[in-house]
Design a protein around this ligand. Structure first.
Ligand code: MSP
Length: 649
């Protein structure tokens, strides 16, 4: 709860993103969500510390870097740079961007590992189990799903290695009791029950927390054949970012820990509500107050994936719609408990209806009328009509409590809807008061001024309430209405804006998008992306051949002498080809794309040493080369102007 006058601390974090590849818009959602919460708490007067960053160690990174021919550090430097650039592009206000390769983090993780070892909570043993390389996790036979990794569904390999173990089992009762006595710890409720029933109560096994099978990790400080398991390394970031060390902590840590909330995706709630609290218990440190497991953002019905060609990146969206509109859409679409989906059609629709129409028109009309009727400065003689004005003011004042309650419950889309509701209510007030009609009557000048004042004050309040979601828009609106009054106190009650302000030029905040045209463009781009993804997968899938294999194919330039349709076969053309030294009959499936008459006289490339085959009852003595350029789109490779019979190699 917000207590005016007392500056309370608020520590908020996101999960730290893997640096395997550039993150898609689904990954970027979390940082925007967290940023909105951080900004709202700052607006309320909290002393906020907001931490995000990147998770950079592990076998997968080591392998990716090898495949790219770079060092792991070079690889993670590039991807962490891309991730940070996206956070900046989305205008997120993190206080620290922690990288697990930062020297202070690495040293602190080693101090944590040593402390747990010295305490006897980490011990050396031997691990034998099913190992999933991409997930970097061991699984027992019982945990496998159809013999495959339960997390990613890929095959596992049998592996045995000397390893250090963390005594999770020792803390099972303590964790269970903690969760039961702190009903707010895991949020939402359904996730709490899932954790208790599916994982904790059935029994916790000790966790394997070191690896010897690869090198790209933080070395175990007293046994450097081992590197520390990535989740121990990654989870520690929440305290190492504040300067925590097992051998003496910083003021920042003392000030901000425990975290008020960790914002993480639903898939990693388990790590944050089992491994992480137990690590903290073993270290004797307080537990975070809350872990919020948010749902996922999908594109249409599908998970985004590069191979499906439906990946959307934040920078592409920002380039098209602008940072604030992207933030608006992500935050307004995201449900609180179940997965959300985004689509371009919906994004454009929301842009036009909520941003251009509801919000943009409200500001534009009000500023334009203030300029037109009063030269930009309101005389502001108060002539209220209580029957119309009081309910309006009451409704505008009700927005902030609704917004705050929704933020408290992590219902961010509801918070945003409350604010847009304020803009809708203001448009309704324009309909109720009809300022253009008042302007026609010189007797009604004072009333007109009051109406416009009320509108500008409502716009100011709404603009400030919008700042956690669309900070640039807030500043643009306040500049247009000529005020910088934006404290939390000033928006709690209607009427804080002192007369005497001068409104600026009316400028459209959001220019309406021509939806059909843009959608057509986007569809063409998406088709191209899908096609490119398909080609990439095909190329990756074909086996390499030696130059001798290729030399077995004899390719020659041939001229088309005759061309005719094959009766009863819609796709086939029968061609007579001139190789210079001889002629051949070839049947080709290109009738849908080419008319016989347009081919005569053209030169193409032919496979001359193919065994003859009967196609459409005709013996085809070779094959001509064509590209498969998409669905039903076959294009011949022409070789006009090249001498007949020339070999292609
Ligand atoms: N590195 C781990 C987290 C370690 S935290 C100590 C990780 N990284 S991740 O890059 O895979 O995911 C980062 C965050 O993005 C996670 O919270 C994850 O749930 C979230 N999301 C990944 N895909 C997402 C969507 N499609 N939609 C919303 N969030 C998604 O897990």
């Amino acid at each position: 709860m917000h207590k005016p006058g007392i500056r309370m601390k608020y520590y908020i974090t996101t999960a730290i993103a893997y640096t395997s590849k550039k993150p898609h818009i689904g990954n970027s959602y979390e940082i925007v969500l967290t940023d909105a919460i951080a900004r709202f708490r700052r607006l309320q007067g909290y002393d906020v510390y907001f931490c995000t960053g990147t998770d950079e160690h592990g076998q997968k990174i080591e392998e990716l870097a090898k495949a790219e021919g770079v060092t792991p550090k070079e690889h993670v430097d590039r991807v962490a740079g891309e991730i940070r650039a996206i956070c900046d592009l989305l205008n997120t206000t993190y206080d620290r961007f922690i990288r697990t390769t930062d020297a202070d983090h690495e040293a602190a993780v080693q101090s944590i590992f040593k402390r747990l070892y010295d305490k006897g909570d980490i011990y050396k043993g031997e691990y034998e189990g099913n190992y999933c390389v991409p997930c970097e996790s061991f699984f027992t036979d019982a945990q496998l799903k159809d013999g495959k990794c339960p997390d990613c569904g890929r095959p596992v390999t049998r592996a045995k290695e000397e390893a250090y173990f963390f005594r999770l089992s020792k803390y099972q009762r303590q964790l269970e009791e903690y969760i039961e006595s702190h009903p707010d710890f895991i949020y939402p409720e359904a996730r709490k029950n899932e954790m208790l029933n599916n994982f904790i109560r059935p029994g916790l096994q000790d966790l394997c927390v070191s690896r010897t099978s690869f090198r790209w990790g933080i070395p175990v400080p007293f046994d450097d054949r081992h590197v520390i398991y990535v989740w121990i390394d990654a989870l520690s970031n929440y305290i190492t970012a504040l300067g925590y060390r097992a051998d003496g902590s910083s003021d920042l840590y003392k000030k901000y820990w425990p975290a008020d909330v960790h914002i993480v995706g639903k898939d990693i709630v388990r790590f944050h509500t089992i491994y992480w609290p137990i690590m903290l218990m073993a270290l004797g440190e307080p537990l975070p107050k809350k872990v919020y497991g948010h749902p996922w953002l999908l594109f249409g019905e599908d998970k985004m994936s590069k191979s499906k060609g439906n990946v959307i990146y934040a920078d592409e969206l920002v380039e098209r719609f602008g940072t604030d509109a992207v933030r608006y859409y992500l935050l307004s679409e995201m449900p609180h408990a179940s997965d959300g989906s985004i689509s371009y059609a919906e994004m454009i629709d929301r842009f036009n209806s909520d941003l251009a129409n509801t919000l943009g028109n409200l500001v534009n009309r009000t500023v334009a009328m203030t300029n037109q009727y009063f030269g930009g400065i309101l005389p502001c003689r108060s002539e209220a009509d209580d029957a119309v004005d009081l309910p309006f003011k009451r409704d505008i004042e009700a927005v902030l409590p609704a917004e705050a309650a929704a933020f408290d419950a992590f219902k961010i889309a509801d918070a945003l809807e409350a604010v847009i509701g304020g803009a809708k209510r203001s448009n309704k007030y324009i309909d109720e008061t009809q300022p253009w009609a008042l302007a026609k009557d010189p007797e009604k000048k004072a009333r007109l001024s009051t109406v416009l004042y009320n509108l500008i004050e409502a716009i100011r309040i709404i603009a400030v309430e919008l700042s956690p979601f669309m900070p640039e828009t807030t500043d643009r609106i306040l500049a247009q209405i000529g005020t910088d009054l934006k404290s939390y106190e000033s928006i709690q009650r209607f009427g804080g804006l002192e007369p005497g302000f001068r409104v600026g030029e009316a400028q459209p905040l959001f220019v309406r998008i021509n939806a059909p045209q843009l959608l057509k463009e986007i569809e063409a781009e998406m088709r191209e992306k899908t096609r490119a993804a398909k080609c990439a997968a095909q190329i990756a899938g074909v086996a390499k051949i030696g130059v001798d294999d290729f030399a077995k194919v004899d390719l020659r330039v041939a001229g088309i002498m005759t061309a005719e349709r094959v009766k009863g076969a819609k796709k086939l053309l029968k061609l007579t080809l001139d190789l210079g030294s001889e002629t051949r009959t070839v049947v080709s499936g290109i009738a849908k794309q080419y008319k016989p008459e347009e081919l005569i006289g053209r030169r193409v490339i032919m496979v001359s040493n193919l065994q003859p085959a009967v196609i459409g009852k005709i013996e085809s003595q070779g094959m001509i080369l064509a590209a498969d350029a998409g669905e039903d789109d076959v294009r011949l490779i022409f070789a006009d102007g090249i001498p007949l019979g020339s070999q292609v190699k």
